[in-house]
Write a protein that binds this ligand. Structure first.
Ligand code: DND
Ligand code: ATP
Ligand code: GLN
Length: 588
């Protein structure tokens, strides 16, 4: 028999827009109450958005966040939601004991805040948990910004003991053992867990393991939406005490996941003050100790998953859409060369924003092939995006009259003239310019800085070229499976890639074939192998030397490249930080 109807509110919070986020929370509480939920749980730091980075150091921001969480219980009670128990993530001031316990070596100011979750019931905050484990690897810098918590928090709701953890807490040992020692029936986990390929499988496995260790059900609620380079995929889920999946929300869209749970009733006595489990203080608060009368359970929902390519595509779409919307742009503009990169970027933009908000520009030069124009026109016909043509030959000639550039300088001039045109149109019409480079180009510096590398956002920045083609094929196949026109012209997928900056130029004039290049990049960039180890994987030593040299030299270009959605375990951004000025060279 179920004891608790639980609602997981997978919402799209906006960093820094506390008023908006409060409204999101109130509205989801109404939805949860209408669905008959007894307990509603929100993601990590839902009131401030996540991650707030160094905003956490501003006293004005900390104060506003505290005011918001302080005012929320009364607001919920006033709106008739006083009976609902809500667990809400926010930022708060550290408790005196936490400040005292904080080791000096943290290097965090003593007035740094905590990453907290408050339990709201009956018009007041009845308990507050502060995150213990502050991740400081990959894209995360929480050690820099927060004071760690040090208490285990148990809240009894309708006779069930509920433990609380925040995101990284379950990636480290501890909370599940504490939940077990405290004999909790349910562990709630509030998350701000960004997407990367296959992470959903890792999360499910982790949640199942922690549930078994804790001998309790586990409910995991994650943010959804884009925030600069991060994309939160949602993927909220519930597992039972055996680690079996009970319910799962859809990926990449907001959802209120409502599940009835059959949970172990609380039996543990109230702890004495200063009781410790695994060295941690336990605080247990009783909201309601009476079990609910039995009721007819809902059928749990388990949303279908995207396949591997589908989820990467949807992550890029959501990342672009939220960057555009949350930064107040109406439209995007991109140069359309008829090549695979700009075409895939355009297809993503149309899926993210609708064709009416996507503006393509064809900028043929003296060396442009006929298919560069006809393929761009065919893309516009298939998708309905706006297409204009602005030839660059007269502008190029005017520059050359003045400059007489030769070789690479002359070639790059074309890319830079295009960039001036795009930025001019952006200034005039307010479009956000998209840079269309892929991860293989970024790795090797194969783009013209202040030329095709200009822009405000780069949707394909974390997509290796071989995956660009796979995503293009996936997108067309997805359209076909739904009886729709595939957006990407076949010729765009099948033709050999070329920058078209000189007659007959091919990417392979400067780079190894992309399947070889991406194999080497996977070893050298994603897995950080030394050059010798890359060669031992079977790659030609001369090609490895060429690629490693290109990668090492191109750091300055990558640092100046626009942000783009992280979809891999190691993006060029916060995941891989190497010096620009750097004389380290790999031995071969
Ligand atoms: N360490 C450093 N720190 C800061 N700036 C540094 C620097 N080293 C060079 N620079 C600057 O960068 C300049 C060189 O970079 P840049 O001007 O980009 O020129 P560069 O990298 O020499 O050439 C661009 C390459 O990208 C290729 N491309 C261009 C356009 C499109 C595509 C494509 O298919 O997608 C490919 C093109 O064929 C060529 O191989 C130097 O002149 C200097 O001003
Ligand atoms: N003729 C052109 N008209 C408009 N934009 C162009 C043109 N040529 C290049 N660009 C812009 O510069 C970027 C880099 O050019 P490049 O030709 O290397 O890329 P691509 O054509 O998209 O892909 P590929 O490298 O597969 O050909 C393009 O993605 C596009 O945004
Ligand atoms: N916000 C966090 O603590 C995130 C860290 C965690 N390992 C994740 O990505 O899921």
């Amino acid at each position: 028999m179920p004891q608790l109807r639980l609602a997981l509110a997978q919402v799209n919070a906006v960093v820094g827009d506390i008023d908006h986020n409060v409204e999101l929370v109130v509205s989801a509480c109404h939805d949860a109450a209408r669905a008959g939920a007894h307990l509603v749980v929100f993601p990590e730091m839902v009131l401030t958005g996540y991650p707030v980075e160094d905003l956490a150091g501003r006293l004005t921001f900390i104060r506003r966040s505290q005011e918001a969480i302080a005012a929320l219980p009364e607001r919920l009670a006033d709106e008739g939601l006083g009976d609902l128990v809500a667990v809400v993530g926010h930022l708060d001031s550290a408790k005196p004991r936490e400040v005292e316990a904080m080791p000096e070596r943290l290097g965090v100011p003593k007035n740094a805040p905590t990453n907290s979750a408050s339990v709201i019931s009956g018009g007041r905050v009845v308990a507050r948990y502060d995150k213990h484990h502050l991740p400081n690897y990959g894209v995360f810098d929480e050690f820099r910004n927060f004071v760690p918590g040090e208490e285990v928090q148990i809240v009894q709701v309708h006779g069930v003991d509920v433990a609380i953890a925040i995101c990284e807490d379950i990636w480290q040992d501890g909370p599940s053992a504490a939940a077990k020692a405290a004999e909790a029936g349910l562990l709630l986990v509030l998350n701000g867990s960004p997407y990367e390929a296959a992470k959903d499988d890792a999360r499910l496995e982790l949640c199942a393991r922690r549930a078994r260790e804790g001998a309790c059900a586990l409910a995991y609620v994650n943010l959804v939406g884009g925030q600069d380079e991060l994309v939160f995929d949602g993927d909220s889920l519930v597992v039972d005490a055996d680690g079996e999946l009970v319910a799962r929300a859809a990926q990449f869209v907001p959802e209120l996941l409502v599940t009835d749970l059959d949970l172990a009733a609380a039996t543990a006595p109230m702890p004495d003050p200063d009781t410790r489990v695994h060295g941690l203080l336990v605080d247990r608060v009783v909201v309601s100790s009476d079990p609910l009368p039995s009721y007819e359970p809902l059928t749990p929902t388990v949303a279908e998953r995207w396949d591997d390519l589908g989820e990467r595509y949807q992550a890029i779409v959501l990342g672009l859409r939220d960057y555009v919307e949350k930064n107040g742009f109406r439209s995007v503009l991109l140069g359309l060369s008829g090549g695979i990169d700009s075409t895939l970027a355009a297809a993503v933009a149309v899926d993210a924003l609708g064709a009416d908000r996507v503006f393509g520009v064809s900028n043929p030069s003296e060396w442009s092939t006929e298919h560069s124009r006809s393929d761009a026109a065919e893309l516009a016909r298939r998708t309905g995006l706006h297409l204009d043509t602005v030839p660059i030959a007269p502008i190029f000639d005017a520059y050359q009259d003045a400059l007489q550039l030769e070789g690479l300088a002359e070639e790059n001039l074309q890319a830079r003239i295009r960039a001036v045109i795009w930025m001019g149109l952006s200034n005039q019409h307010g479009h956000l310019v998209l840079a269309c480079g892929n991860k293989s180009e970024l790795a090797t510096g194969y783009s013209t800085i202040y030329g095709d590398a200009v822009g405000g956002y780069a949707p394909l920045k974390d997509v290796p070229k071989t995956i660009v083609w796979e995503l293009a094929r996936w997108r067309n196949a997805w359209a076909e499976s739904r009886g729709e026109q595939p957006p990407i012209p076949e010729n765009t997928i099948s033709k050999p890639p070329s920058a078209e900056l000189r007659p007959g130029q091919l990417d392979t004039d400067s780079l190894p074939p992309y399947d070889v290049l991406d194999g080497i990049l996977d070893a050298y960039v994603e897995r950080d192998l030394g050059a010798k180890a890359v060669i031992e994987e079977g790659f030609d030593p001369a090609i490895v030397q060429q690629v490693v040299t290109l990668v090492d030299r191109a750091e300055y270009k990558r640092r100046q490249y626009p942000p783009g959605p992280k979809i891999s375990a190691r993006n060029f951004g916060r995941d891989r930080r190497v010096p620009i000025t750097n004389r380290w060279r790999e031995e071969l």
